[in-house]
Design a protein around this ligand. Structure first.
Ligand SMILES: CC(C)(COP(=O)(O)OP(=O)(O)OC[C@H]1O[C@@H](n2cnc3c(N)ncnc32)[C@H](O)[C@@H]1OP(=O)(O)O)[C@@H](O)C(=O)NCCC(=O)NCCS
Length: 379
């Protein structure tokens, strides 16, 4: 019998230079740069370039990259035709997963895994994910998709294509911060999934489709949606104490957006997101959701159950408030997570390709042995 590492906890299966998560110190870096610096000085495209090319772009390279993304941002009619036939009540992440898979159908280079072609597809995936997200957000409301504005960056474009309104600089800045913070996080479940698929020499679209499947669950990328729904269920800051005592304390209900497999201290992304969520809330004169979140966090932080287990707010906690303040409905939140994480997924797929070894763990068999065959008619 071997020791079983349930949930692969603590198992190191590969090396990476993309991001470093220090779960004890609460520190996260991309290619050696602290997220605190990236969220202060960079935008999402700069961060995506850093991940993909392993260094920061100069002005010329950044402009080229943004233009390259911009030229790929287009919603061809075959996608709209299919989307119009999708049931409106389907989970939007299922829609996005299907559309990303379709992107492979229409790419004649889909099965060419050479590095240069893969990089081109990586750009394509980064460009299309906000297009699909915004288009579906409108089509399901019976509205026509809005073509992207090629003169603005990805964050501004997403908000513009979603609402049809020009976003304020503060809104664009907040979304950039969110997308940067989602861009990579070492070997989280969806990134691991994408690397497992890539390790079989399968195509990048299959790997990203699988990653989106892994992201969907409320223990991973679906947590921002579940968190916002929890805040809505609480409804009012005055209801926070009763929610905490009647549902959480001793009642076994998890606080969504709390807890993390790796962080045993405050998730550094949550600290940054809290500030931006608070600013957006104050600017909008609607602090209800922020106040609920902050009130519940304060109760949990002072509670022995959470203190003993070292459970803190994770990235999805305040990001749900931030995204809601930007007009993103809860069930679209995991898609915005995917827009940010796309840079990390494609980076890890390229990294996997460079030094590939098929990922193939083993399981300890604990089932029955030597069973006697019983004929069908005798069962
Ligand atoms: C993220 C998560 C799946 C981590 O899972 P994990 O590493 O397997 O940790 P566990 O679920 O085993 O949790 C360890 C202990 O903390 C408790 N716990 C973990 N997260 C909790 C939460 N959000 N609220 C209350 N208790 C929690 C567990 O009940 C468990 O208690 P026990 O030791 O008495 O059994 C888990 O914290 C969770 O479900 N969080 C809510 C969903 C979420 O926000 N996901 C996004 C992650 S970025």
């Amino acid at each position: 019998m071997h020791e079983v590492a349930k949930g692969l906890a603590g198992i190191i299966v590969t090396e990476t230079t993309a991001s470093m998560v220090d779960g004890s110190a609460g520190h996260l870096t991309y290619r050696g740069y602290a997220i605190e610096d990236l969220t202060t000085y960079a935008n999402y495209e700069e961060t995506a370039y850093l991940l993909l090319h392993q260094r920061l772009p100069n002005l010329h390279e950044l402009t080229d990259f943004q233009q390259s993304l911009g030229t790929q941002m287009a919603l061809e009619p075959h996608f709209v035709e299919v989307m119009q036939r999708f049931p409106k009540n389907c989970h939007p992440l299922t829609i996005l997963r299907t559309l990303i898979s379709m992107l492979g159908v229409y790419d004649p280079t889909a099965d060419d895994n050479s590095l240069e072609t893969e990089l081109h597809k990586a750009y394509r995936l980064i460009a299309y994910t906000p297009i699909f997200t915004a288009a579906w957000s409108r089509l399901r409301r019976g509205l026509t998709p809005i073509p992207p504005d090629k003169n603005v960056g990805l964050a501004a474009n997403l908000l513009y294509m979603h609402t049809g309104l020009i976003p304020t600089p503060a809104e664009v800045a907040a979304l950039n911060v969110y997308l940067i913070l989602m861009a990579d996080h070492s070997l989280n479940p969806s990134t691991f999934t994408s690397r497992v698929v890539a390790s079989t020499d399968s195509d990048i679209y299959s790997a990203i489709t699988a990653a989106l499947g892994a992201l969907k669950g409320p223990k991973h990328g679906g947590a921002n949606e579940a968190t916002m729904e929890m805040f809505m269920e609480i409804g009012n800051p005055e209801n926070v104490p009763s929610f905490f005592t009647e549902q959480v304390k001793g009642k076994g209900r998890k606080i969504m957006g709390f807890g993390h497999r790796v962080y045993r201290t405050t998730d550094p992304r949550s600290v940054i997101l809290r500030t931006h969520a608070e600013t957006l809330a104050k600017n909008s004169d609607n602090t209800r959701w922020f106040d609920i979140a902050a009130g519940l966090e304060n109760l949990a932080l002072a509670d022995p159950y959470f203190m003993e287990r070292r459970i803190y707010a994770n990235v999805d906690y305040y990001s749900s408030v931030l995204l809601y303040m930007l007009g993103i409905e809860p069930d679209l939140m995991p898609l915005v997570f995917a827009i940010g994480r796309m840079a990390g997924w494609v980076t890890h797929i390229l990294e996997q390709r460079l030094e590939n070894r098929l990922i193939h763990p083993e399981a300890q068999y604990i089932g029955e042995n030597d069973r006697v065959w019983v004929k069908l008619e005798d069962r």
